[in-house]
Design a protein around this ligand. Structure first.
Ligand SMILES: [Cu+2]
Length: 135
């Protein structure tokens, strides 16, 4: 009987571990909630960096953010970082971007360990035709 009780206690402990662990497995994926430049926006000056924000903190591992021009060339500085004080914020710096439509592609790992990927575009224009000609 002592042996049975030990097994029963072990099973109950396992059940408790499963019940404690399940809710975290049910967490939703991280969702992109904001960006700078904003998705599908038109800006008339080149940004210094592209920032994205999620609805929750994301993992420091596996993050990536690429800015790609209309010719398919990657143009960001390949220096993706996570903000030290806001782990929902990922950003990468860019050189001065000439007028074009750029695609931002991102990948992060959610708190539930699922990988989330997505993309959006923004367009850089300029009203300064002199600057356009020198480019
Ligand atoms: Cu998930």
């Amino acid at each position: 009987m002592k042996h049975f009780r030990a097994i029963r206690n072990t099973l109950m402990l396992l059940m408790q571990i499963v019940l404690i662990t399940l809710p975290s497995a049910a967490f939703a994926h991280a969702i992109l909630v904001e960006s700078e430049p904003k998705a599908e926006s038109i800006v008339n000056t080149s940004p210094d960096q592209v920032s994205i924000w999620f609805n929750e903190n994301v993992a420091s591992e596996f993050k990536s953010l690429a800015v790609i021009n209309s010719a398919g060339k990657r143009v960001d500085n390949n220096d993706v970082k996570q903000a030290a004080l806001d782990r929902s914020h990922i950003f990468a710096t860019t050189p001065k971007l000439p007028p074009d439509t750029y695609t931002v592609r991102y990948r992060v790992m959610s708190a539930d360990t699922h990988i989330v990927t997505g993309r959006f575009t923004f367009t850089v224009t300029t009203s300064d035709t002199a600057e356009l000609q020198t480019n």
